[in-house]
Ligand binder design. Structure first.
Ligand code: FEO
Length: 174
């Protein structure tokens, strides 16, 4: 059975994961409108993954005798000045999510809720992977800068990056 404070904290995370899905969906749409299909597909996939992160939390809260709260969401950024800016925001967002997961882990230990603590370890590992992928992408994009040819090649290569990182760590992504 979840304590009230754990239930509240998990519900806050449900909202964050749902908002993450919207944040990446908006990035996917922007990239698609800009004609970069590879980046767009990558972001659509990330958006789907965030929805899975949210659903995993929803199921856990309900299975542990709580009530998952489906709330209204903050509107995401829908336009960007550049792909560099978009990927910078992506990394910043993942760092924010990691901090939120860390806080949840902290609360679960304070409450001596070891079942929730154990459940959260999946998210801790996932965040390490997601931050690493986001940093790799941002490094590459920073090198490309405003070079259109470089961006075109990156748009093709980002699919490989997804496939190869997924091959190394099943289910991993942003
Ligand atoms: Fe669910 Fe990308 O954090």
């Amino acid at each position: 059975m979840l304590s009230k404070s754990i239930e509240t904290a998990l519900n806050k995370q449900i909202r964050i994961e749902a908002e993450s899905s919207q944040v990446y969906l908006a990035m996917a749409v922007w990239a698609e409108v800009k004609g970069l299909e590879g980046i767009s597909n990558f972001m659509y996939d990330q958006s789907d993954e965030e929805r899975e992160h949210m659903l995993k939390l929803v199921k856990f809260v309900n299975e542990r005798g709580g009530h998952a709260h489906i709330s209204e969401l903050n509107a995401p950024n829908v336009t960007f000045n550049s792909f560099q800016e978009m990927f910078k925001k992506l990394l910043e967002h993942e760092v924010f999510v990691s901090e939120s997961i860390n806080e949840l882990v902290h609360i679960s230990l304070q409450e001596k809720d070891y079942a929730t603590h154990n459940f959260l370890q999946w998210y801790v590992a996932e965040q390490i992977e997601e931050e690493a992928v986001a940093r790799t992408i941002l490094d590459k994009i920073n090198m490309i800068g405003d070079d259109k040819g470089g961006l075109y090649l990156f748009d093709r290569d980002i699919q490989q990056l997804t496939v190869s990182s997924a091959a190394q760590t099943p289910g991993a992504g942003i």
